[in-house]
Design a protein. Structure first.
Length: 416
């Protein structure tokens, strides 16, 4: 009973900090149009064309590209830091950076300054996600890892359902900036407090500065690079990171069909709910069947649905396809997370940090491609075709990855 309680508290704490660092995505997706009107008002002056307005949204969306670039830098640094410092300490530092970013984003007078604080949030995000999954890999029994991974993903989106409602109400009440002050900031503070008192301490060996001890860092990297399965996993995960469909879906609804923010908020709730259900169900399926086969099948279906989604002539059809696409996408998401935990057990913290680096490289590329296409062509349909092809491109890389979810590769350990 004590072990089950400890496991539940671990899931709660990590789930909440994951939700905290994932809020920049929904804010940028849901409120991109409002941000564009604030920072680029000339693009929305009377008489401006819809193409000009779309281009303005594309410029704001480049904030996601900058965020991803700095997340790559943070992941590189973290791959070294994870060898030397406690995982819990790094996770707490990441939440602290998100908290500081929330304050800065609220006061940012220009788009450039806001992008600086979003970059700071990117540093915090990669620290939290990489170290959170590392702690799951270290403290959760092998037979429960897939389920716990799905729970953590689901908790983030359950909180996201509440978050989207709050974002909408706060924006309607006091504008998009107020979300950082009365939502992101207190949630960050709460998650920081819970993580501090609930998460177990993971004591890493600290290495000094002698040449012999510094070799330990490079030995860890060589161990990862020599692991064929791990290398193909990283490449496949980078390709997955390029599939940034959700980042363009909400502006697509608003600009192509003229839907209001309130209506799009309801769609976001449906997306979050679908993700929760898919994550919980697929986590159990992965525990029985393995993650690899589900990733392969879902990536192909997701690619096909993405191509069709952005070409739908009416929003009811688009919403229907969107929900099915989200089911497939979240299956791939949970599958990748479960597959990562035991690829390199001896260097788990470093591998999961490098994994974050590859994800954000992919996200930066995907965001840049999407924003460039939207700015140059003002066409969501072209974006859909490109992102769909990218999703299907995951397949050849995952075929080369060992399915570690089907066989224990580390001794079972319980939560401390």
């Amino acid at each position: 009973m004590s072990q089950m309680k400890s496991l539940g508290m671990l899931v709660l704490a990590i789930g909440l900090v994951f939700f905290t660092v994932q809020m920049s995505g929904p804010i940028l997706s849901l409120l991109a149009l409002d941000m564009a009107k604030t920072f680029l008002p000339d693009s929305f002056a009377p008489g401006t064309s819809l193409a000009t307005q779309k281009a303005a949204v594309g410029i704001v969306k480049q904030t996601g590209t900058i965020n991803s670039i700095f997340e790559v830098v943070a992941a590189v640094a973290l791959s070294f830091l994870a060898i030397r410092f406690r995982h819990k300490s790094l996770l707490l530092a990441g939440v602290g950076l998100v908290l500081i970013s929330a304050i800065g984003s609220y006061f940012a007078p220009t788009l450039t300054i806001m992008q600086v604080f979003f970059a700071l949030e990117g540093f915090g995000t990669v620290m939290v996600l990489a170290m959170g999954y590392t702690m799951v890999g270290e403290h959760v029994p092998v037979r429960k890892k897939a389920k716990v991974t799905s729970y953590i993903v689901a908790i983030g989106y359950v909180a996201g359902i509440i978050g989207v409602i709050i974002l909408n109400r706060i924006t309607n009440f006091g504008g998009w900036r107020l979300n950082f002050l009365i939502f992101t900031l207190p949630v960050s503070a709460l998650s920081l407090t819970l993580a501090l008192f609930i998460l177990p301490k993971t004591q890493n060996k600290n290495f000094g500065s002698s040449a012999k001890e510094r070799n330990v860092y490079w030995a860890t990297f060589r161990q990862i690079l020599k692991n064929r399965s791990a290398v193909f996993y990283l490449i496949g995960y980078m390709v997955f990171g390029m599939v940034v469909t959700g980042s363009f879906a909400l502006p697509f609804y608003m600009q192509e069909f003229g839907l209001s923010l309130d209506f799009v908020t309801l769609i976001s709730l449906g997306v979050a709910l679908t993700t929760v259900i898919s994550a919980l169900i697929m986590g159990r399926v992965i525990a029985r069947k393995g993650a690899k086969i589900l990733i392969l099948a879902s990536a192909v279906l997701d690619g096909a649905l993405t191509m069709i989604f952005f070409s739908m002539p009416s929003y009811p059809l688009a919403i229907t396809l969107d929900m099915v696409h989200i089911w497939m996408y979240s299956t791939v998401l949970v599958g990748f997370a479960a597959l990562a935990l035991d690829q390199v057990p001896e260097g788990r913290g470093t591998f999961l940090s490098i994994r974050s680096m590859f994800l954000y490289i992919g996200a930066a590329i995907g965001a840049a491609i999407g924003a460039t296409l939207l700015t140059a062509l003002a066409s969501y349909q072209v974006i859909g075709v490109v992102l769909g092809v990218i999703s299907i491109a995951i397949v050849p890389f995952i075929l080369m990855v060992k399915d570690t979810t089907k066989m224990p590769s580390t001794p079972e350990t319980s939560v401390a």
